[in-house]
Design a protein around this ligand. Sequence first.
Ligand SMILES: Nc1ncnc2c1ncn2[C@@H]1O[C@H](COP(=O)(O)OP(=O)(O)OP(=O)(O)O)[C@@H](O)[C@H]1O
Ligand SMILES: [Mg+2]
Length: 274
Amino acid sequence: MSQPKISIRGVTKTFSVRDANLGRPSQFTAVSDIDIDVRAGEFLTLVGPSGCGKSTLLDLIAGLTKPASGTILLDGEPITGPGLDRGIVFQQYALFPWRTARGNIEFGLEAKGVGRKERRARAAEFLDLVGLSGFADRYPHELSGGMRQRVAIARSLAFDPEVLLMDEPFAALDAQTRESLQEELLSIWQRTGKTVVFITHGIDEAVYLGQRVAIMTSRPGRIKEIVDIDFETREGDLRADAKFGEFRHHIWTALRDEVAAAQAHEREAVGSVG
Ligand SMILES: Nc1ncnc2c1ncn2[C@@H]1O[C@H](COP(=O)(O)OP(=O)(O)OP(=O)(O)O)[C@@H](O)[C@H]1O
Ligand SMILES: [Mg+2]
């Protein structure tokens, strides 16, 4: 088998948090003993209950934080920090407030050394792709939440990294915009062979986009199960395929159990305080 694009082995991430009961900081385990490989050119979607550690895992792959233990390899090499090979769309739109929509998209291209004229052209192309051609000169505070998120998506796509790390990128969008960006993302992925790790709370979205869906347990998050989304064909309307409903139901059931576990855990924690 060829070398995975991303290889995650035994990864645990802890945070130091204040603990009012103890009166001193304690270690909080956000994800525990994560093992998963992402193949080169694969579209992997990641689902799990709120707070299970999905964003934490994405930050680790992005190189923004370091694991407490375990290893993460990119093309066989340990990740030591952020890099131009990985583009991130954060759960909270992280735009530079002092740059316009166009300026935000051009930023990554400047870092890559793309010339001025081509930067302009690419920024225009991707603003158009996300339906914001008329808003190139607006600053983030002059855009709605969903528009800001679309600028962030355009920025990550224009920058053309080998690996796209996307944290609920379409969550704040209306259904029509979401569907059209899902289509665009799939077509860009098919055209360019990027490796995509995509977090979502939408089970339909996970099944529709992913070649595999990784399901995480409730906190501390582990990989509970990886579901192969093996449609016979990807032609036509996948959502109308009988298998779509089967995948959906399977993942829904697995998630329901995890959400119930997470809620029981919270109640226990509250009980022990009160
Ligand atoms: N910097 C931090 N310091 C302390 N705890 C943190 C930090 N970042 C995340 N956590 C905790 O780690 C756990 C996992 O958080 P994370 O943001 O990864 O969850 P998530 O699965 O992305 O949730 P959601 O679906 O709500 O976005 C949470 O309990 C959170 O409180
Ligand atoms: Mg998150």
